[in-house]
Design a protein around this ligand. Structure first.
Ligand SMILES: C[S@@+](CC[C@H](N)C(=O)[O-])C[C@H]1O[C@@H](n2cnc3c(N)ncnc32)[C@H](O)[C@@H]1O
Length: 403
């Protein structure tokens, strides 16, 4: 009788040799591949990792030279940001499946691609036939982009349902504007831990992103739960007039596959914002123009907001205003006489050519403050995307004497 000899494993480290697809997939498998790829990065970075940790302890958002710190950053934070992204993006993808329709992912401030890899792992889990995926990584650090592309390549064989192509663009999104054209046709726009690094202009950047996205795009922002940049994100998010969801998740690090290999213990939490653009991206644009006309008290902006024969029902039992001229006259009489109006969209939904918008505005009356809150139902002209009918319902608070 012959003794059975255990088969020798060729090499337990998949990063050490090119892998064929094992057919295994899922966020846990991808995380293992990332761990192996990270272990294969140069080791000399231990001191730099410590320096990085100290920088984050000193300051919530230190200014970092990512050209120098790409590898240490990945070694310290890649897996953490991967799992944070998984938690947020799993919610965004709930109920979706992916087929042969191409998916386009644009990752702004992509860094070492933690969020893109998380998105790829999740899309792969939900892909029912091979799904072509185009990834556009945008970062101002070419070192980060090179590392990001390398890490995507390292997990590729754990994504058997996807055909992935990667394009990298070295762009500073705070100073160069042509990047917004790269958002065209995006299925997902991701901005993870990048708005906080551009704190001063975080609101301007987010509004630029949300104004540029095309139809049926999901934009997802991920930042630390306690980051003060959320105030700016929420403010810009309301001005975009897109359906907005803010959410928070947490998980015990020990419950994650691999437990982050000791990189983190305790609780891992994430906060995210999600904006969904409707099938006709011109509709929120018209709504933004309506609110800009209100905030700036401009009657001339209305020409691009309403059709010539629009109907405006300001009060349920009042006479409707018929036609653009009547609406302009009402605007001059009622809106232009308001002092310091600050209207904002606080909720919105779109369905084909109909929108429901919930709004609120603060304004002044002499030395007194007043808040008006309401909702309006809009229908849009198919050709011009201008408003054909507007019906609104609102109420106002008591006037409050200013101190
Ligand atoms: C904290 S890392 C986050 C990386 C990745 N998104 C993640 O969540 O792990 C921030 C990244 O944003 C990039 N970044 C910061 N400001 C940027 C800007 N204005 N334009 C382009 N990239 C920027 C940095 O180079 C860095 O790679």
């Amino acid at each position: 009788m012959q003794a059975s000899v255990p088969t020798k494993l060729a090499d337990p480290d998949p990063a050490a040799q090119p892998l064929g697809s094992s057919g295994l997939r899922g966020v846990g498998v991808v995380s293992r591949r990332l761990e192996y790829a990270l272990a294969a990065l140069p080791n000399a970075a231990d001191e730099a990792v410590q320096e990085l940790e100290q920088a984050f302890e000193r300051e919530l958002c230190p200014t970092l030279d990512y050209e120098m710190l790409a590898v240490p950053f990945a070694r310290r934070y890649l897996m953490i940001n991967y799992w944070k992204s998984i938690m947020a993006l799993r919610e965004v993808l709930r109920g979706k499946t992916f087929g042969p329709e191409p998916v386009r992912i644009v990752d702004l401030g992509a860094g070492s691609a933690a969020t893109t890899v998380a998105m790829l792992a999740l899309v792969d889990e939900l892909s029912v036939v091979e799904t072509p995926v185009e990834v556009i990584l945008i970062d101002r650090s070419s070192g980060q982009l090179a590392l990001g592309a390398e890490l995507i390549a390292a997990v590729r064989t754990a994504l058997p349902g996807l055909r992935v192509e990667v394009q990298s663009e070295t762009i500073d999104i705070s100073t160069q504007t042509p990047w917004v054209s790269l958002l065209e046709g995006a299925t997902f726009v991701l901005a993870s831990h990048v708005l906080t690094e551009n704190f001063e202009e975080a609101d301007r950047l987010l509004l630029a992103i949300l104004s540029a996205v095309g139809p049926d795009t999901e934009t997802v922002v991920i930042e630390r739960v306690d980051d003060t940049v959320w105030g700016k994100i929420e403010e810009a998010g309301t001005h975009a007039a897109l359906p907005m969801v803010l959410g928070e998740f947490g998980v015990a690090a020990e419950d994650l596959p691999g437990g982050l290999n000791g990189r983190l213990s305790g609780w891992l939490s994430v906060r995210y914002g999600r904006w969904t653009s409707p099938a006709d991206a011109r509709l929120p644009e018209t709504v933004r123009r309506y609110f800009a006309a209100w905030a700036t008290k401009s009657a001339s902006l209305l020409d691009d907001v309403f059709t010539n024969d629009a109907e405006y029902v300001e009060r349920p039992f009042g006479e409707p205003l018929l036609g653009l001229d009547a609406i302009r006259a009402y605007w001059v009489a009622t809106v232009c006489s308001q002092t310091d109006p600050r209207p904002r969209v606080i909720g919105s939904t779109y369905e084909e050519r109909v929108a429901m918008i919930e709004w609120s505005t603060a304004m002044r009356r002499g030395r007194r403050d007043k808040t008006v809150t309401g909702a309006m139902i809009l229908t849009f002209d198919a050709e011009t995307a201008r408003i054909r009918t507007l019906r609104e319902y609102f109420d106002s608070s008591e006037l409050i004497e200013r101190a």
